[in-house]
Design a protein. Structure first.
Length: 157
């Protein structure tokens, strides 16, 4: 499982899109490393690599976002929404309504779909703070749903 996490980390850090690439930390669900690739348009890609998430021991999120920069008529705040997939491997607690009845095991492979609503605070072009909330729908190992939230930051070198 650790080799899988290291492999995903290497792939994420070697991602060489021509768009801006932000690197930071995310706290909540998942907690770990976050990357955001700015496409230059109104859409972005977000990749999160989390460890010890409720949905699995090692978790990878890939999310395509739609940005709404003029929602507040402010250049510092931006709303966004997104949809994506979650892949998790290892032990997890299940979903909020079934935590005591369903526990993933170390070898479990979990696949889910994720929706996302977020708020970016961009005090500069090189730094952003974000707050996210959205549903996670588990497709494997006990179909269910959960509501997740996270806060974090990213730097754009």
């Amino acid at each position: 499982m650790r080799k899988f996490a290291v492999m995903i980390l290497l792939v994420l850090f070697s991602y060489s899109a021509k768009a801006d690439l932000g690197i930071g930390l995310i706290f909540g669900e998942p907690s770990g490393i976050t990357l955001k690739s700015r496409t230059g348009g109104s859409n972005d890609y977000i990749f999160n690599l989390g460890l010890r998430s409720h949905y699995g021991g090692v978790r990878f999120d890939g999310i395509y976002t739609f940005n709404f920069p003029s929602a507040f008529n402010s250049r510092d705040f931006e709303l966004y929404a997104g949809i994506g997939a979650v892949v998790a491997i290892g032990e997890g607690d299940g979903f909020f309504y079934d935590k005591h009845k369903h526990k993933h095991h170390d070898e479990d492979f979990n696949l889910g779909a994720k929706g996302l609503f977020g708020l970016n605070f961009k005090p500069s072009k090189k730094f952003e703070i974000f707050l996210e909330l959205g549903p996670l729908i588990g497709i494997t190992n006990g179909v269910g749903a959960d509501l997740e939230g996270a806060i974090g930051f990213r730097f754009y070198p």
